[in-house]
Structures are given as structure tokens and as C-alpha cells.
Design a protein around this ligand. Sequence first.
Ligand code: NAD
Length: 510
Amino acid sequence: MQDVLRQLGVQADNAAYSTGRQWGGSANAERRTVLAPADGRPIASVAFATVEDYDTVVKTAQEAFKTWRLMPAPKRGEIVRQIGNKLREYKEPLGKLVSAEMGKILQEGLGEVQEMIDICDFAVGLSRQLHGLTMHSERPAHRMYEQYQPLGLVGIISAFNFPVAVWSWNAMLAAVCGDVSIWKPSEKTPLTAVAVQHIIKDVLAENDIPEGVFSIIIGGADIGAAMAADKRVPLVSATGSTRMGRKVGEVVGARLGRALLELGGNNAIIVTKNADLNIAIPAIVFGAVGTAGQRCTSTRRVIIEDSIYEEVKNRLLAIYPKLPIGHPLQEGTLVGPLIDGDAVKMFEEALTKVQAEGGKLLTGGQVLSGAKLQGGHYVQPALVEVENHYHTVQEETFAPILYLIKYSGDVEQAIALQNDVRQGLSSSIFTLNMREAEAFLAATGSDCGIANVNIGTSGAEIGGAFGGEKETGGGRESGSDAWKIYMRRQTNTINYSTELPLAQGIKFDV
Ligand code: NAD
């Protein structure tokens, strides 16, 4: 790991903030050591920023915005293109550090960096497509159109489970839109953020980009809360738990700012009797145990038609005890550790509670130990038979617990169960029956931001808008027209006549 850290410019002890190339922080700042979830060993330490540091970063960003917004959008796209190329160069070490710091397996660490590269490519194209519409005015000799202008400072608060990709989804779009960004990564995964800042610094230097266009600030909830309350930050994009989103949403809302909230999910896969189980089963397993169940899109519930329930259950029961659990950097591992001891505790507590409510634990649920797992936070993924209304099933437990739920009757019954939770992120149906699939996608179908047919709930392509409804927060980021939230929209009407006709035929002779 020392090689990887050196290659990425991550020191044994890192500073608290950076406005681009420069790093800073007070000398007596609180320091925290990041421990690897795989074995509990220290990786490196970081300083935590103070609210005064935050103020310095904001002021620098405000200055930078004055010039960055004037750079033509395709030229800003060119900077993002170079950042994408740097990420290509550092994909291997950055993917390894993601894996070491967050605990996801190496393939997923590399996949996360690939997502960053992909969004850079997307943003480069977007930099030439920040289109508005033209409209026909109802008044003679008038022209009417809309345009999108840069918004200002974008605060990015990210969660531990996608420690770097969430930044790129936001920061790359914000950058081509003419905004400057300030990133507060999760306090559980600050090292990958430090690494990203080192990776992009050469691009900033080579292109003489002012300090403050891409800033990061290492800190906890207090820095995120300062950002939420700060009128100088017109848009706060916050990814994390619903608990956090509710607080951020309230504070940003109270000052009538914009909040882009990407919060928890409680994602279900419906399996009807018309499903191809050869693709449904791997989708369920990947969705439930991939990233050790720590994705916002992880599969939490499987809603199975009663005539195939036993078959689906037995096929899952044959796979679960044999899952290769181990060190995330070890080849062949499919399930790595949970992020920390608190996550293990939440896993255990959820299993205790759900059983007290009547749930039947079919397999898994143990906290694992042993020579190869020493110091790490490993658990055996659990399968539990439940009813959808159980309190524990209605909550998102960020761990590999999969709830099996039986339905009888037509697909509408399954859809009703799938929608009967407070969250609305990702959903899917496995069926080869066109009527069932279309019912799932209809206005009366899935109420989630993502609805898939014959694809699991976990993961998404960057080309589509990503996000969910209800307690998932309603925000959309990444592809499609998600860029519009990073800009201010302006309707312009130009009169090139010698008259002053008023709209709606109003006469006002003076
Ligand atoms: P978390 O809510 O504990 O922390 C997320 C971030 O919010 C951290 O940077 C944290 O410092 C900050 N924060 C916490 N309280 C805050 C406050 N009061 N004001 C401002 N900032 C505050 O979440 P986590 O444990 O890091 O991540 C797991 C959660 O994130 C899960 O619920 C998961 O579903 C969700 N998530 C959602 C998406 C999505 O796109 N919908 C993506 C990834 C993760």
C-alpha cells in the first residue's frame, strides 16, 4: 500500500483542505488516522478542517468563480477532458486505494474509477450542448429564448460507499456548467479524496487554472452543516443517509437554496413465475452481497411469486454459504468487509430485531473471524424470510441482509409491496411476460427513480439521470439533463420593434 500512497501523493499525514494545488489547515488541527476495513491497520492520517478553514476555501472559490464562469464552456470541457485522461493514467492505484480505504473488492474499486472517467467523457460532450430552447413570442417583432448561466459555488457532501465517483458526477458537470465546487468527502474515506486532488493538480497547473475551481475540505458533519447553512453556496449536493438528507434539506430549504439530495434506498426485485431464473438469481446475489450490501442501490428485498418461491429460496440457499468472503484486494474475493465496527453492530441489531418481529433467518448473519480476516469487519451475508410491513424491513440497513417476501395473485400485488416503503431509489422485475413488464413500468407501476426489467437493482449507467423519489430525496445527478440543476435558467425576450406591446393584450396608455 505504501507504493500506492506514494504514487498518488498521499502522505502519512495529510493537510485539511486544498483549493487546487495549494494545501492548508491550522497547525493544531485535529488529526484522524484512517484504518483499513479489511484488517484494521492504519493507512494514513488526515487533518480535520475547522470552520475558519472552510471560510478560507469559500472565499477562494468565490474569487475563482468570477473568472471560471467566463471561460467558454467547451474550453472548460477541455480541462475536464484532461482530468479524465489523468484518471485513466491513475486508474490502477486509485482503484486500489478505493478498495483499501472503503473495503470494496478491487474490481469494484477499479469500476468506480472507470465511472469517473466515463462521466468526464460525458461532461466533455455536454460542454458543447448546454442548450436552451427558443420560443415564438406572442408579440410582433419580439424574440424569445432561454439560456443557462453558471450558478456559482456547488457544495458536494459525499458518502463513504462511493468515495470518489459521487464527486466526479457532481464536480465534472458543475465544472463544464461554469461552477466551482467544494467537496467535503466522507470522514470515513478522506484519503481517496486527497488522492484525487493530487491527481488533478497537474492539469490545473498546466492550464493555469485559478485556485478555488476545484476545492476539497476534509471534515465531519460540522463542515457539511456549515455548507448547508451558507448562503454563498447556491447548490448543495448531498449524498448519504436519509437522516443526514433531512437535516441538510431543511437547512438549505430555510434559506431557499437548492439541495440535490441522493439518500437511502430500500430496493426490491420482483420475481414472477415468468422469470428467467438463470439471470434473476445472479442479479439477486450480486445486488444483495456486492460491495457487502453497502450500495444505495443494493437489493434489500426480493418479492417472489408463491409458485416459484421455494425454488428461488433453495437456489439462493445453495449459493449463500459458499460466497467467497475475504480481503478485498485478494483475487477471487466477491464479498469484502463492512466499513467499520459500527456497521457490523447495525447488521447484528437489524437481524435481532427482524427475528423478534417474526422473521426467519435462513442462513448467514454471523460476524466472521479467523486468521485471514483478523482485524477486519467481516460478516456472513444473511437471508431472512419476512413480511414487508415489519419495521426492520421498512428501514435501510446498510449491510448484506436480503429479505425474502412471498406474494400471490397478479403482478399488481407484487408492485404494491415493492412500493410500500418510504424510500424510492431502485427497483426491478424479472419476467419474460410483456404485460407484467409494462405494468411494472406504467404510471401505476414502480414508484422509484430507477425501474429495470431483467436487470437487478444494483448499479446504474452514467448516461441516465440517477436518483430516487420519496425519502431517497428526489435529486437527479449524472446523465440525461441532470446538468440543469447546476445552472441558473434565464428566459430572455428581445423587442426589436418601435412599439411596446404588452403581453396578454394589456393596454396601458400613458
Ligand atoms: P451519512 O449520512 O452518515 O454521511 C454522508 C455524508 O454526510 C458524510 O460526508 C457526512 O459527514 C455528512 N453529514 C452527516 N451529517 C450531516 C449534517 N447534519 N449536515 C451536513 N452533512 C452531514 O452516510 P454514509 O454512512 O456515509 O453513507 C451511507 C448512506 O448513503 C446510505 O443511506 C446510502 O443509501 C446513501 N447513499 C445514497 C446514494 C444515492 O445516490 N442515493 C449514494 C451513495 C450512498
